[in-house]
Design a binder for this molecule. Structure first.
Ligand code: MEV
Length: 448
């Protein structure tokens, strides 16, 4: 074991001391690393303190591009969508799909339900029927004991919707669940849900230990864990686009509108039936979803986990979007379970997330669900459209080329020459290096 790399009391060090320790132990050039990472500290100490407060052991800030995709017509309101994403072409693709649908009816979206779920998992070795009989009294105690926690949410129109007792003993000996459903209004609700569930866990133990109708053996209960479920199939939004097939032109050099619509439809069907394709297809959807989820400081891990479970809900992983052509009308839609907040969490603490929400017109959680599902659908439309027409490399190459040129510290003039040169050539790292070597040897350009 490399003892010098083990540290105790690290969290107690100041930020600069932490950085010094890391720089000294993991880098060949500690001073250079210190300088570089400190150059990303916010110049305003108050702002920096906000960022440091989001996490632990922070050394610096990690930048990602904050971009915008304009012209998104969603339920007849036109939005400019804030997007945080490191992958080139995602914002361009979203913008191009937004523009495509702008005059073809735009995106429509509808929230189907907003119920969230939490669970108290427990072990109990008694008679299931006795527990069932005790459940109405237990339910009352759970609600009474958590009244202080739920009062505020109830004032906002939310709270606990239902509590069910589930007998899971056929799957695991003595295993039961309290399955609780919640409405959390404009907040994602994770803190609220987890506080209620932990209170339920304590009350459950207390109730069982004192319940007169239980035998002595039945007075013992083990709460295994109390936590929200990130699977929220009943917190669901649908986004869709539709238009007559003949209005879909222009759609690629060689395809008529009908041929394009049919080929697109077939590509979506393939993603419904083949998990390998479905995974990439859904990744394309999440390119758009994650970018807005991040821009609004929502929990992208929760959103991803939920979406992928939903995609496999019938036992096979499938595309989240679907397509049909009926009576001459092309229809493309996405059903997305997604738990979001526009209040609480980091949504109001992160200065750029706050601006993102302002840019979106201070949406409610409902509206944000509709916006994000529409962006996911747009992203998916753009990707599949490219795949069934030009292929995606054509669109990707410009940004790819730009990134490689930046890596080689190309000057503005070299960039111009390179874009011109690679217009009709395949871009690769080595091809760009070779181009620059030749160009620089001819012009004797000094990089930097
Ligand atoms: C790349 O980030 C996303 C795509 O691969 C999605 C897809 O294949 O549908 C283009």
């Amino acid at each position: 074991m490399q003892k010098q790399k083990i540290v105790s009391g690290f969290s107690k060090l100041s930020k600069r001391e932490k950085l010094e320790w890391v720089a000294k132990h993991f880098f060949k050039d500690p001073e250079g690393v210190m300088r570089e990472l400190m150059s990303f500290w916010h110049r305003d100490d108050d702002q920096q303190r906000i960022f440091d407060g989001f996490s632990e052991n922070t050394l610096s800030n990690y930048y990602l591009p904050f971009g915008v995709a304009p012209n998104f017509r969603i339920n007849d309101t036109v939005y400019s969508i804030p997007m945080v994403i490191e992958e080139s072409s995602v914002v361009a693709a979203a913008s191009s799909a937004a523009k495509y649908w702008l005059n073809r009816g735009g995106f429509k979206a509808e929230v189907i339900k907003t119920t969230k779920i939490g669970q108290v998992h427990f072990s109990w070795a008694g008679d299931t029927e006795n527990l069932r009989d005790a459940f109405p009294a237990l339910k009352q105690k759970l609600q009474q004991d958590a009244a202080d926690i739920t009062a505020n949410m109830e004032k906002r129109g939310g709270g606990v919707l239902d509590i069910q007792l589930l007998d899971m003993t056929h799957l695991e000996e003595n295993y039961y669940q309290l399955k609780v459903s919640f409405e959390t209004c404009d907040s994602m609700g994770a803190n609220f849900i987890n506080s209620v569930l932990e209170s339920y866990g304590d009350s459950l133990r207390a109730f069982v230990s004192q319940y007169a109708a239980f035998s002595d053996e039945e007075r013992d209960l083990e709460v295994i864990m109390a936590i929200l479920s990130n699977y929220t199939p009943e917190c669901l939004v649908r986004a869709w686009v539709e238009c007559p097939v003949e209005e879909m032109a222009p759609c690629g050099d060689d395809l008529t509108a009908r041929e394009f619509a049919e080929k697109f439809n077939k590509a979506v069907r393939i993603a419904r039936i083949d998990p390998y394709r479905a995974t990439t297809h859904n990744k394309g959807i999440f390119n758009g979803i994650d970018a807005v989820v991040l821009a609004t400081a929502n929990d992208f891990r929760a959103v991803e986990a939920c979406g992928h479970t939903y995609a496999a809900r019938d036992g096979q992983y499938r595309s989240l979007s679907q397509c049909e052509i009926k009576e001459g009308v092309f229809r493309f839609w996405l059903d997305l379970p997604i738990a979001l907040g526009t209040v609480g969490g980091l949504t109001r603490l992160h200065p750029i997330a706050r601006r993102s929400l302002e840019m979106l017109g201070e949406p409610s959680a409902h509206e944000l669900m509709q916006i994000i599902a529409s962006v996911g659908l747009a992203q998916n439309f753009a990707a599949v459209r490219s795949l069934v027409t030009t292929g995606i490399q054509k669109g990707h190459m410009k940004m790819h080329l730009h990134n490689i040129l930046t890596h080689f510290e190309a000057t503005e003039n070299e960039m111009l020459e390179a874009f011109n040169y690679f217009k009709d050539k395949v871009v690769s790292f080595s091809a760009v290096r070779e181009f620059l070597e030749i160009f620089r040897s001819k012009t004797k350009t000094i990089p930097g």
